[in-house]
Write a protein that binds this ligand. Structure first.
Ligand code: 26Q
Length: 824
């Protein structure tokens, strides 16, 4: 942990501001009066701004001091390249990190407002889809807390992840204009604007020394203007930077066109440039091959690599052969993988290096993280599109590939099939660039995000590359930041934990182990307090659900939750089938061993993913029937929570009893929601998949409801999969399928669930939902049994929290640093 010493050794360039309640009151009031022009009446949404500006002022000295301390020649730095940073809200996070909780509350109290109600005013920064984007945000948090010199590079989207509304049970998407009221956290840094080229053509020539060189000419350039967001560390005075690029036209008027009388065309060209950072692609599991997406990727990468080079020079460095010693770039999936070719371009064309030297640098500073095994999610770009947009980069990719394939030929002479498989260029009717292959060839490290995922990558998708470079491949199991996901989201639990073991766990989560002795039922008072915290969190969630969805959740019932993107592989359908099964049990009076349940499902479907959208409709339809049937009588409730986002999870995870992690084994790379639930004392019902396996290892099989086929069994069964045989042989399943078929849930919209039934009953269902139905229902029976034994459940809950230390991103970042980044 960084301490007084590191802080003191820094050159102090700006003094911290006074941190008392009185000082904050004064600052907030000054913003209310002199900036916002509000005297008597300052509603919370304005107070939010006034407090955010005040906190930003407080961050500024640490931010500048952190910057100055690291601005030295020879200091090694890390850069996290990502198309997504799913930050959520920032206010409460900075309050916690700065230790200004009491002072802020005191200040707000003077205005008759609470910190909670003011913090609630902030719009989520939804600059990401789901797991991958949120992971980037948790990584940034932990890097700052560990005082690691890591800068995030991303895009300044005008519109983040869409807002989801439910109309007649169907998802409707509305734009997310998150910047409408301004963003108090960002600082524009126009002085670091970069120019990013597109289009044009290349010219080749020989320089004075007779060396072959290339020029990229006649390009249409776009300006990249950086907006910096402060990333504060937990009480350590470190503030890192997340730099987000906004696209701006080089000049609003193309003078030539303007003078030729084409005013509108000139303005239109300017608009085109500004579209690049306009909107986040709401796709999280299949590539979509759109030109604008490739423009976004290159825009991010080019601006970031130019900026990193500039920063390195500005710190007083000049010997390019040292560049890889001083810089490391972590690519968040293949989305920024064109960085491999872009760094080569900058070193060759702008810095005048020779190929071998440039390649040595590039392959010593790039690292790649893979987040998926789904073949449909592997990025490929048509060569023709790439050539039109990035002609110089295509030449470089070709050269990388030619040299790489020579290496393959030397290692496996005559193995043509291997060359074809490993080629960065996929031949076929449409020639495509395999971005994952480019990332692997250009990186010194390739990692998966959970032990199983990394093993499956090694044994499957990346096998050929493992044969060639066994040492490149490694695992870095994901994590989540305990500051946001426990300390902030669950103040009740945090206070209870700190009462027992002190506050050190917040920056050293392994300390939670010390709660283990308290899990024994003999600690009845602690058990009671633990339950009281959960109970209060459930009441808070129930109130929100009542207000937003009009459904009453009984806090005494089991809260059974599945929140995540809607995707077939995540098998929300399996969850729905179980709810229908419970509904059948009620209707037939089979109530032996019954436990009252409230089932919550939430998540967004990609707008173009018809099946995922239909699953949302099914959830809502089943919920309507279940919630309005008088015979159900409160024994079972079901809700689809609209517009699930980071700030929703902050209320949901602390209130959850049962965490649903039920993907088809081998398909969920890691999962990270599973970790947030575990930290908050929920018990997992899950398949042997992703990080579930490591959660199971940490907490033990008695404290985890495991079910379903393992990845190997799934693959062995796949060719023989006969879903109808399960329906025929399992009366519970037959009853469920029959009820679905009968149209009971869609009386007024006949046929709408046929596509779902067809998929469930198809021998080609890739997600093999019915194969795990029996095992899932049986596991749910065990859940109900355990739930009825209060002491047993409480023990399991405490043990889950106590065993969750490994899943802190502090640990993940320490592993990235020890194994890949090697930062001081
Ligand atoms: C690709 C091309 C074009 C447009 C969009 C995309 C795109 C965008 C986002 C493709 C994939 C994503 C996001 C993937 C993702 O969130 N993966 C999840 O990453 C988590 C963090 O490692 C894992 O825990 C999850 O298992 C994994 O599904």
């Amino acid at each position: 942990m960084p301490d007084e010493k590191t802080a003191a050794s820094r050159a102090i360039v700006l003094k911290p501001l006074p941190r008392t309640g009185a000082a904050l009151t004064h600052d907030v009031q000054r913003y209310q009066l002199y900036h916002l022009g509000r005297m008597r009446d300052c509603p919370p949404r304005y107070t939010y701004k006034a407090l955010a500006w005040t906190l930003r002022d407080h961050l500024m000295s640490d931010w500048m001091n952190t910057y100055v301390a690291r601005d030295q020649p020879g200091r090694r730095r890390g850069y996290y390249l990502s198309l997504e940073f799913l930050i959520g809200r920032s206010l409460a996070n900075h309050v916690l990190n700065l230790g200004l909780d009491e002072a802020s509350r005191e200040a707000l109290h003077r205005f008759g407002q609470t910190l909670e109600e003011v913090a609630e005013q902030e719009t989520d920064a939804g600059l990401g889809n789901g797991g991958l984007g949120r992971l980037a945000a948790c990584f940034m948090d932990s890097c700052a807390t560990l005082d690691l010199p890591v800068m995030g590079y991303g895009l300044h989207y005008q519109y983040g992840m869409f807002h989801q509304r439910i109309e007649n049970g169907y998802q409707v998407e509305d734009p997310d204009h998150w910047l409408r009221d301004g963003n108090p956290w960002e600082v524009e840094r126009a002085e670091f604007t970069c120019r990013v080229p597109f289009g044009g053509r290349t010219e080749h020539y020989h320089d004075k020394a007779g060396i072959h060189r290339a020029r990229w000419v006649d390009t249409s350039d776009v300006l990249a203007v950086p907006y910096d967001m402060p990333i504060s560390g937990y009480r350590n005075h470190a503030v890192n930077t997340l730099r987000l690029w906004k696209s701006v036209s080089t000049d609003v008027f193309n003078l030539e066109e303007f003078n030729a009388g084409s005013y509108s065309e000139a303005v239109q060209a300017a608009n085109q440039a500004e579209y690049i950072s306009m909107v986040l692609y709401p796709n999280d599991s299949s590539e979509n091959g759109k030109e604008l997406r490739l423009r976004q990727q290159y825009f991010l990468v080019s601006a970031s690599m130019q900026d990193a080079l500039r920063q390195w020079r500005a710190a007083g460095n000049s010997d390019l052969t040292k560049f890889a010693e001083h810089n490391v770039f972590q690519m968040n999936d293949t989305h920024p993988s064109v960085a491999v070719a872009e760094l080569m371009r900058l070193l060759l064309d702008q810095e005048g290096m020779r190929w071998d030297a440039a390649w040595a640098i590039t392959t010593q500073c790039m690292a790649y993280t893979n987040h998926t095994l789904l073949p449909e999610a592997l990025e490929r770009w048509p060569v023709a599109l790439f050539e039109r947009l990035l002609p110089r980069l295509l030449e470089i990719v070709y050269e990388i590939n030619a040299r790489f394939l020579r290496e393959v030929s030397v290692a496996w002479p005559g193995d043509i099939d291997r060359r074809r498989r490993m080629s960065i260029i996929e031949e076929g009717p449409v020639r495509q660039i395999r971005m994952a292959w480019l990332a692997i060839v250009g990186s010194f490290s390739v990692n998966g995000v959970a032990a199983l995922h990394s093993r499956l990558l090694r044994e499957g998708l990346f096998r050929d590359f493992v044969d060639l470079w066994p040492d490149k491949f490694n695992n870095k199991t994901n994590g989540v930041t305990p500051r946001r996901w426990v300390a902030h989201a669950n103040p009740g639990l945090s206070a209870l934990i700190s009462e027992q073991i002190g506050e050190d766990w917040i920056a050293d989560l392994s300390q939670l182990e010390r709660l283990k002795p308290l899990a024994e039922a003999s600690h009845a008072a602690f058990h009671a307090e633990w339950r009281a915290v959960k109970r209060a969190n459930k009441e808070r969630l129930a109130e929100i659900i009542k207000a937003r969805c009009g459904v009453e959740f009984n806090p005494d019932a089991l809260f059974d939750v599945q929140v995540k993107r809607i995707h077939e592989y995540k098998r929300q359908l399996l969850n729905v089938l179980h709810v229908i099964h419970l509904y059948n049990r009620i209707n037939h009076g089979r109530l032996d061993g019954w436990a009252d349940r409230c089932v919550l499902i939430g998540g967004k479907a990609a707008p173009g993913y018809a099946m995922a959208k239909r699953i949302i409709k099914l959830i809502n339809s089943v919920a309507d029937v279940v919630n309005s049937d008088p015979d159900v009588d409160g024994r079972l409730k079901m809700v689809f929570a609209p517009n699930y986002r980071v700030s929703s999870m902050e209320v949901i995870a602390p209130a959850t009893d049962l965490s649903e992690q039920i993907s088809t084994a081998g398909k969920e790379a890691s999962g990270t929601g599973n970790m947030k639930f575990m930290m908050n004392g929920a018990i997992t019902i899950g398949t042997y998949d992703g990080a579930n396996i490591e959660i199971l290892d940490a907490v033990g099989k008695d404290n985890f409801f495991l079910f379903g086929l393992h990845a190997e069994k799934i693959e062995a069964l796949r060719p023989h999969y006969q879903p109808l045989s399960y329906v025929e042989n399992d009366p519970d399943l037959r009853e469920v399928i029959d009820l679905l078929k009968s149209g009971h849930f869609n009386l007024y919209e006949p046929g709408i669930f046929d596509m779902i039934l067809d998929s469930l009953l198809s021998p080609h269902d890739p997600w093999m939902v019915l194969a795990d139905f029996r095992s899932y229902v049986d596991a749910q029976e065990r859940v109900a049994q355990a739930w009825q034994d209060e002491a047993r459940w409480t023990r399991m809950s405490i043990l889950n929290t106590a065993s969750s230390g490994f899943f802190s991103t502090d640990r993940t970042m320490q592993e990235y640093n020890a194994g890949i980044w090697k930062l001081k």
